[in-house]
Design a protein around this ligand. Structure first.
Ligand code: UD1
Length: 432
């Protein structure tokens, strides 16, 4: 079993390059199979969720060529199966996009129910409602979503909550439906806009992505395209907060500063300095930061995917902070692990009440999910002594070369075999 070993207490300094957005990539890879011509996708993050999805589309007949580590060419012309049900696909969330894409293109799909992080009940009723309103019949049996339609017809669809997954899924199916679809109360996250831009680059007709209503006029077919994925807002945000937690000074490059505004605003509020450039943010923290209240909200609010990292930072800041999680009901499960490192946090319902401590001490902790795992790494980087983070397969679903990037910033972090005592000794000697 692999784990991260971290020696904390070194301020991160230098510059780090952010990769392509994982959650945009998941939508875009699947949308690519809707064309019957080659589609080239650049700035693809090399993370596990992306690789699982590429294998899945290859499994149903798409041609997937890796041009380099961050570029892939996909051709969906020879897809011969609409049944996607490998074990691996059940572990990731983005697999649900296969329903929208296959239903749009072939009017049928049979896809294993999605997995993803255990952070709440994560229903998919809004996805199903959308497909049904486009004229599909959707049933769930034996752990699979079975969707089929004689014909898809555009409709006026109102989402009960602005779900990222449902918005992208319905958008994909609707772009090959007959006539006009309007999605009201859609999610507005940057990756919604990115997937819409990508579909439009293949000849779809989608207007208003990123606003309160998305208007889609169906087309008969989609064509080849070349597209570059936007930078990952959450990877960037994680580095921003890690810099702040370690009292560092880092240029975070290849970002869209506008997508980071909620995070930037909080950092400035608690006393860090953030400078924005065209495609870079510069974060400096040269003193102990102070308390704040944070509530997770759909974009442009504070992202739920940054909540564990923000809670970790506030646990090291002066004063009392309250973090309220409004999107996923069990997304504060990691707090027990942070307490092992000395954090003073109590959880009541969906709120974390945080009394800032002067510092953490390293401990052996376990990543309960992707973003909480990243938060524990951050805590380890700020802590005195050694931290061991296990269950890192969750973290590797979303962070490319995490340990290399941290080392590039002067932090001490390595991926080792948990049983390899020699590797532990070697690491300790190197950093002492
Ligand atoms: C996506 C992201 C995830 C992020 C989340 C919120 C991907 C692969 N994952 O997850 O990283 O944390 O957005 O920004 O892009 N809901 C329903 N019914 C539905 C769908 C959602 O009630 O049919 C609720 C959920 O329980 C949740 C809220 O809507 O409370 C938001 O969920 P959603 O935006 O759909 O999250 P995901 O697409 O699963």
């Amino acid at each position: 079993m692999k784990q991260y070993i971290i020696k904390g207490g070194t301020p991160l300094r230098g510059e780090v390059m952010i990769g392509g957005a994982k959650n945009a990539a998941l939508g875009i890879i699947v949308a690519a199979i809707m064309a019957n011509e080659p589609v080239t996708i650049e700035n693809l993050p090399d993370v596990d969720d992306v690789n699982v999805l590429l294998d899945a589309i290859e499994g149903i007949g798409a041609i997937v060529e890796r041009l380099d580590i961050h570029t892939v060419r996909i051709n969906g012309a020879l897809i011969n199966d609409v049944n996607v049900d490998e074990d691996s696909i059940r572990k990731i969330r983005g697999s649900y996009y296969l329903v929208g894409a296959l239903l749009g293109k072939y009017k049928k799909a049979l896809v294993a129910l999605p997995g993803g992080c255990q952070i709440g009940s994560r229903p998919i009723d809004q996805h199903i409602k959308g497909f049904e309103q486009l004229g599909a019949e959707v049933t769930i049996h034996h752990g699979r979503i079975d969707a089929k339609a004689e014909q898809l017809t555009g409709n006026h669809i109102y989402l009960d909550c602005p779900s990222v997954g449902a918005t992208i899924n319905i958008m994909m199916a609707a772009c090959m439906a007959e006539g006009k679809t309007i999605i009201e109360n859609p999610a507005k996250e940057p990756h919604i806009v990115d997937v819409a831009n990508f579909l439009n680059s293949m000849g779809a007709n989608i207007k208003g992505a990123g606003t309160d209503a998305i208007r889609i006029r169906g087309v008969d077919s989609l064509h080849g395209s070349e597209y570059s994925i936007i930078p990952d807002q959450i990877e960037a945000g994680t580095y921003m907060l890690a810099v702040a937690a370690t009292g560092g000074d880092v240029y975070i490059k290849n970002v869209i500063p506008k997508h980071l505004e909620a995070i930037t605003a909080k950092l400035i509020e608690i006393g860090a300095k953030v400078e924005e450039f065209d495609d870079c943010v510069h974060v400096v923290s040269d003193r102990r930061l102070s308390y704040a209240n944070v509530k997770t909200m759909p974009y442009p609010g504070f992202p739920t995917d940054m909540q564990p990292q923000m809670t970790t930072l506030l646990a090291l800041s002066e004063g009392t902070s309250i973090v309220t999680e409004t999107i996923f009901e069990t997304r504060l499960k990691y707090v027990g692990e942070l307490r092992r490192m000395g954090a003073n946090i109590t959880v009541e319902g969906n709120a974390a009440f945080i009394t800032g401590v002067e510092g953490f001490t390293g401990a052996a902790v376990s990543a309960p999910d992707l973003r909480a795992g990243a938060a524990l790494v951050m805590a380890g980087l700020a802590a005195e002594g050694f931290t061991y983070v296990d269950q890192i397969q969750y973290i590797e679903r979303g962070y490319e070369n995490f340990e290399q990037k941290i080392r590039g910033l002067g932090g001490h972090m390595e991926k080792i075999d948990a049983e390899d005592e020699r590797a532990v000794r070697k690491f300790k000697m190197k950093v002492s």
